[in-house]
Design a protein around this ligand. Structure first.
Ligand code: HEC
Length: 178
């Protein structure tokens, strides 16, 4: 006859095994849809936001080492045009077919509703450098120089007051059909 401790251990590990088997059956029966077009799971956005905040928290005080000049904003506009506009859009235009088909939606960073002009620039730089797992947001650590990542960070941080040359460059992005 097992002792009280013995019964406790049987119950404890039995419960863990049941949860593991239940989880396996739930997922293998299609309980977690992986279709981009499927509706979000309960709490999916909340959990993803929590995990994201915990990941980039340490970067929030990082400061852009570059001075805010028209030259840096124009360089940032070229980076945005080439690497970001397909998902993050152009001023005044509807999301293109790629952006409209994604989950989660890529925020339209040059439209006032979605701008990140109030976000700490260290966070934007972290997101551009490391990407956001399971969202479609790429990591650019290996493909853009740190200077280019700070320049595009500066561009989106000043999205509400871009000088005309930078605005012309980002407005000319039309990477894919709408
Ligand atoms: C293939 C599509 C894609 C490309 C290309 C892309 N992103 Fe993203 N990005 C996303 C998605 C999707 C999200 C939203 C992720 C989420 O909701 O968690 C995102 C999120 C972000 C965010 C966070 C916005 C917020 O509201 O917190 C920033 C900043 C960002 N991207 C900047 C950029 C920059 C700058 C570039 C170009 C160097 C870029 N992204 C290229 C898809 C993309």
């Amino acid at each position: 006859m097992p002792s009280r401790m013995g019964w406790f251990l049987v119950g404890f590990f039995g419960a863990i095994a049941l949860i593991a088997i239940g989880g396996y059956l739930f997922i293998s029966a299609g309980g977690v849809p992986m279709a981009t077009s499927a509706a979000p799971l309960p709490l999916e956005r909340t959990i993803a936001r929590m995990a994201l905040h915990a990941s980039f928290k340490a970067a929030q005080d990082d400061k852009d080492p570059l001075p805010v000049t028209d030259a840096n904003l124009t360089a940032g506009a070229t980076v945005f045009h080439d690497y970001c506009a397909v998902c993050h859009g152009t001023p005044g235009a509807k999301p293109d077919a790629i952006a409209a088909g994604m989950f989660p939606d890529p925020p339209q960073l040059l439209q006032s509703r979605d701008m990140v002009t109030d976000d700490p620039e260290g966070i934007t730089h972290w997101v551009v450098t490391n990407g956001i797992r399971l969202s479609g947001m790429p990591a650019f650590a290996k493909t853009l120089s740190d200077t280019q990542r700070w320049q595009v960070t500066m561009l989106v941080a000043h999205a509400d007051k871009l000088p005309p040359p930078a605005l012309t460059i980002v407005s000319s992005s039309s990477p894919c059909a709408r």
